[in-house]
Ligand binder design. Structure first.
Ligand code: HAH
Length: 355
C-alpha cells in the first residue's frame, strides 16, 4: 500500500516536471506577452532550432541586421543572413523584431567619411541614413512587426545628455527623429522603438523619459521604449525595477524588454581584460540561487505591468554561448540564460513559469 502511494506521488511529480518544461515559455505567457530570443543564422541550423520553436514565439537577429553586417559598403547590402532569419520566423509563424537601424557600434567604416577620407556633412550623413533605413525596412515590410530604430543615444555620463557619437558630432540630435520618420515612411505598420540599456539608473532613466516624451509630443512616429535588460545577480532591486517600469510606462507608449539576460557576476558597465580575480567561473549553487531570485522578481514585475509590456526578448538562447562570455570581461564564462549548455531548462525556468 505504502509503496504504491509513494510510486504514485513520484510518478505525478515526474509527469508534472516533464509537462512543465514541455509547454514552452510562450505558452505560459500567452495571456501576457510574446517571448522572444536573439539568434544567429547558424543557431537555426543546430539543435537550438528545436528549442527555439518549442519555447519562443518571437525572434530578433543578434547581429545580422546591424548596419555593419548588413551594409558593409555604400553600394553593397549583404542580405543572406538576415533573410535566413526572416524565413525561419515566417516558416514557423513567429513574430520578428528588427535590430537595429541606427547605432554608434558595429557601424561600417564608410558611413561617416567621403572618398577622400574626410568626415561627411550632415546632409550627406542624413541622406545615407535615409537610404539605409529605406532599403532595410522596405525589404522586410510586413515581416518585421517592430523595429529598434535608434539604439543607445543617451549618454551614461551624469552631466551629458546625448552620447557624443559620430552621429551626434555630425548631425546634432536631428538624426534621431529623422531615423523614426524614415522608418515610418518605409513601413507605416511597423512599431518603432527607442532602445537603450541601464534605465534602472534614475539619472539615465529621466533623460530617456525626457527625450522620448519630447519626440512623442513633436509628433515623431515612435511607438515604444525598449529596455534592454542586461541585468545581473546584484541589480536591479525590485524597487528599482518597479520604479523604472512605472516611470517609463507614464510616457504613454508601450514598453518591451528587448535584450534580457541576468549575469551571474556583479554588474560592471565597462569592458576590461580578465585578471586573476576572474578565475572562479563555475556556475555554483550560490550563483544559481541568486540568479533564480532575480529572474523571479523580474518576471513577477513584468506580469504586473502586462498592460504596458508588449514583449520580452532574451539576448541569446542558452548558456552554451552568449555575448556575456566576452563582455564586460573578455573570455570570462557567464551563465545568463534560462537554458544550460545542454539546452535543459535551469531552475530559474521553473521560477518564471510558476505563477
Ligand atoms: C547591446 N548593447 C546591443 O544593443 C546589442 O546589439 C548587442 O548585441 C549587445 C548588447 C549593450 C552594451 C554594450 O554592447 C556595450 C556597453 C554597454 C552596453
Amino acid at each position: 500500500m505504502k509503496t504504491a502511494f509513494f510510486v504514485s506521488v513520484l510518478l505525478t511529480a515526474l509527469i508534472s516536471n516533464i509537462c512543465h518544461a514541455q509547454q514552452g515559455l510562450k505558452t505560459y505567457y500567452t495571456g501576457y506577452f510574446p517571448i522572444g530570443v536573439a539568434v544567429s543564422p547558424r543557431a537555426l541550423k543546430t539543435d537550438e532550432a528545436a528549442l527555439i520553436k518549442r519555447e519562443f514565439n518571437s525572434v530578433t537577429p543578434e547581429n545580422a541586421m546591424k548596419m555593419g553586417p548588413i551594409h558593409p559598403e555604400e553600394n553593397k547590402y549583404y542580405w543572406t543572413d538576415a533573410d535566413s532569419i526572416v524565413a525561419f520566423a515566417q516558416r514557423n509563424k513567429m513574430k520578428m523584431r528588427g535590430h537595429t537601424l541606427c547605432w554608434h557600434n558595429q557601424v561600417p567604416g564608410w558611413l561617416f567619411v567621403d572618398a577622400k577620407g574626410d568626415t561627411v556633412s550632415k546632409e550627406v550623413l542624413l541622406a545615407r541614413l535615409k537610404s539605409h533605413i529605406t532599403a532595410v525596412v522596405s525589404r522586410y515590410k510586413g515581416k518585421i512587426y517592430a523595429w529598434d530604430v535608434v539604439n543607445e543615444v543617451i549618454s551614461d555620463k551624469k552631466d551629458q545628455f546625448y552620447r557624443n557619437s559620430p552621429w551626434y558630432k555630425i548631425c546634432g540630435d536631428e538624426y534621431i527623429e529623422k531615423a523614426f520618420r524614415y522608418a515610418h515612411e518605409a513601413d507605416p505598420q511597423a512599431l518603432l522603438f527607442y532602445n537603450d540599456y541601464n534605465e534602472i539608473d534614475p539619472v539615465k532613466r529621466e533623460k530617456i523619459f525626457k527625450m522620448v516624451t519630447s519626440l512623442k509630443e513633436e509628433g515623431v512616429p515612435i511607438h515604444g521604449v525598449g529596455l534592454q535588460g542586461h541585468w545581473a545577480i546584484n541589480e536591479p532591486s525590485a524597487d528599482q525595477l518597479e520604479q523604472t517600469l512605472s516611470r517609463l510606462s507614464a510616457i504613454g507608449l508601450k514598453l518591451q524588454i528587448t535584450e534580457l539576460d541576468i549575469s551571474v557576476y556583479p554588474k560592471e558597465h565597462n569592458a576590461r581584460p580578465s585578471g586573476t580575480q576572474d578565475l572562479k567561473t563555475e556556475f555554483t549553487a550560490d550563483k544559481e540561487q541568486k540568479q533564480m531570485e532575480v529572474y523571479k522578481m523580474c518576471f513577477d514585475l513584468f506580469r504586473k505591468y502586462k498592460q504596458y509590456i508588449t514583449g520580452v526578448t532574451f539576448w541569446n538562447i542558452s548558456d552554451r554561448s552568449s555575448w556575456l562570455d566576452n563582455f564586460p570581461v573578455r573570455g570570462r564564462k557567464d551563465y545568463p540564460l534560462l537554458f544550460d549548455k545542454d539546452l535543459k531548462p535551469k531552475k530559474a525556468y521553473r521560477e518564471v513559469t510558476t505563477f
